[in-house]
Design a protein around this ligand. Structure first.
Ligand code: BTN
Length: 326
């Protein structure tokens, strides 16, 4: 009932809605509405109340709802269905379960909090309530498996463009560490996890679930390298706006993952280009110098033997200056 109440308030965000009409719609008493409002406020939603007027979800309230996200999607958006949850183990897990039951291209799963947020290589992704954006999209892309990496690339670019649109001060300060990490002022503020969903019977890849986690204003992390866009101070934009921008961006890029605009924007933001890195190959630790990103999102490096090679996957680490000079 609380979720429903929030939906009604969201549909008329910034306007008063009478307690009586809310009670009627929800089939409960006015005092039950009042109690639910008190509980929503405790959760952090900013709701005004006035005698004879009712309740108003304030425009600055950073409330995540399906309606709020939908209202911020662009006209003609390719996002189809939106599922917005208060809490889930992982939006990727949820989306994968949906994909197995035939969920359509453009299904978006968003949660305010994840209890088991996952990163690549078995890492966890800290996902506390109210301060981050945790979203997964189900896609049925028109590309072969080798090009799936371009989906992660599309996500990374959509995150950078979305954040920069809402917070122009971040322009030129958001960098992408190949392939799926987004850095801001020296700290990782976002990560991407793209997973294939294989049909039980066909054994073929039927959908791709691509999950994006953005630390918007989370203040405390257990991982030393993790940070937020707003480690200090208030976030000037709402998460539903960022969610809509990122989702629209990914859906639009997914139409043509080969568009030069996509890979070129990724290249411009690549923080590894020109750096020395370490990477694993055949279980051996190797060092290389990053020359750039190829047209399919591979990391082009000059290896220790002076030869060019392209990494298609794997974790890479930047060699810090002090390690190089010592
Ligand atoms: C990484 O840092 O290695 C990737 C992190 C991806 C986190 C997002 S949050 C939404 C989606 N659900 C998950 O469990 N993971 C992704």
């Amino acid at each position: 009932m609380k979720t429903k109440l929030l939906r009604y308030l969201e549909a008329r965000r910034g306007e008063f809605v009478s307690g009586e009409s809310l009670a009627e719609k929800l089939g409960v008493t006015r005092s039950a509405v009042w109690k639910a409002i008190a509980s929503l406020r405790k959760e952090g939603h900013i709701i005004d109340a006035a005698t004879n007027k009712g309740y108003k979800l304030m425009s600055e309230s950073d409330t995540l709802t399906e309606e709020g996200i939908r209202q911020n999607l662009r006209e003609g958006s390719r996002v189809r269905r939106i599922i917005c949850l208060d809490e889930v183990d992982s939006t990727n897990n949820y989306a994968k379960r949906l994909a197995l039951t035939g969920a359509e291209h453009g299904t978006l799963v968003v949660a305010d909090r994840q209890t088991a947020g996952r990163g690549r290589y078995g890492h966890t992704f800290e996902s506390p309530a109210g301060t981050g954006l945790y979203m997964s999209l189900i896609l049925k892309p028109k590309v072969d498996a080798e090009r799936f990496q371009m989906i992660t690339i599309a996500d990374a670019v959509a995150v950078c463009l979305g954040v920069e649109h809402l917070y122009p001060e971040a322009q030129r300060e958001l960098g992408i560490k190949w392939v799926n990490d987004i850095f801001f002022r020296g700290r990782k503020i976002a990560g991407i996890l793209t997973e294939a969903v294989t049909g039980f019977e066909s054994g073929e890849i039927e959908s791709v679930v691509t999950g994006i986690g953005i630390n918007v204003s989370t203040k405390n992390f257990s991982a030393e390298t993790a940070g937020s866009i707003f480690c200090e101070g208030e976030c000037p934009f709402r998460r539903d706006k960022l969610c809509a921008l990122v989702a629209d961006g990914v859906m639009d890029f997914a139409e043509d993952l080969g568009t030069p605009a996509l890979i070129n924007t990724y290249r411009e933001r690549s923080i590894l280009t020109g750096q020395d890195i370490t990477y694993m190959k055949n279980e051996a630790k190797c060092t290389g110098h990053v020359e750039g990103i190829d047209d399919t999102g591979g990391l082009v490096i000059q290896n220790e033997a002076g030869k060019l090679e392209t990494l298609r996957s794997g974790e890479v680490f930047m060699v810090r200056t002090e390690e190089k000079t010592s």
